[in-house]
Write a protein that binds this ligand. Structure first.
Ligand SMILES: CC(C)(COP(=O)(O)OP(=O)(O)OC[C@H]1O[C@@H](n2cnc3c(N)ncnc32)[C@H](O)[C@@H]1OP(=O)(O)O)[C@@H](O)C(=O)NCCC(=O)NCCS
Length: 209
């Protein structure tokens, strides 16, 4: 899949050969990890890139896009996949977890090379990913970000919060605080919405009651 954006940047889905590119671009994000821990933290992305699938996302539960300039040089990337908390013990039962995987996804990486910033590349990558997840019936996209990027994500239609909050059936309030990160989310489908619960903007309708 290829799309040329208004900025003349071409966006395509990544292939298994893009492992080094994706890892290099992902390394532009401050993961709040010691330098030596970064390759291990990014290794699952390489592995996820080897998955083949003809589903709506590029790689099974993960979606990888690369932005290239006119010469085919990769200038930015977005990596989306299941939120890490879904797999944490005690967070969700197996059945709920499987259903959540089809309804909620996280932007793990959004990165643009410094010399290509402020030209709308990140906006285009994010909007294109949102369109794919919307078309695939996802309820919401979430992500973690540094405090300095609150205005950036707000501008792109995200609600930025200190604590991520979701109402899961039957009536369970799931909240997540991950300091020093902030969380942000965008609702993508008409059957999901945001309500205030215990003072927190809370995503509801992710799973049917
Ligand atoms: C954050 C990042 C992805 C933005 O990429 P970009 O291509 O420069 O962003 P865009 O040009 O699409 O910006 C979209 C809008 O946000 C604004 N914006 C961009 N970076 C911003 C920032 N750091 N703070 C506030 N607003 C910002 C832009 O001005 C633009 O608004 P406009 O359309 O009114 O001009 C890029 O700076 C980056 O790769 N940073 C390092 C990695 C990182 O921190 N990623 C986020 C991880 S959660």
């Amino acid at each position: 899949m290829h799309t040329t954006t208004r900025s003349g940047i071409r966006i395509r889905t990544a292939t298994p050969d893009d492992g080094d590119t994706v890892v290099e671009l992902a390394s532009l994000v401050d993961l709040h990890l010691p330098t030596e821990a970064v390759p291990t933290a990014l290794a699952p992305m390489r592995f996820a890139l080897t998955a083949t699938d003809d589903g709506p996302l590029s790689h099974q539960d993960n979606h990888f896009l690369i932005a290239e300039d006119n010469d085919g040089f990769p200038v930015g990337s977005i990596v989306c996949g299941p939120p890490n908390w879904i797999a944490r013990p005690g967070r969700a039962s197996g059945l709920v977890r499987r259903r959540l995987l089809r309804r909620i996804s996280t932007v793990h990486i959004l990165a643009v090379r410094p010399e290509h910033r402020r030209r709308g590349v990140a906006r285009d990558l994010l909007q294109q990913a949102e369109e794919t997840f919307r078309g695939a019936g996802y309820a919401a996209l979430t992500l973690r970000h540094d405090r300095e990027l609150t205005a950036f994500y707000r501008q792109l239609g995200y609600t930025s919060v200190n604590r991520l909050s979701l109402m899961l059936p039957p009536q369970e309030l799931f909240t997540l605080n991950d300091r020093p990160w902030k969380h942000a989310f965008k609702v993508l489908s008409a059957d999901a919405s945001v309500i205030t619960v215990q003072g927190l903007p809370t995503i509801t309708g992710v799973l049917p009651t």
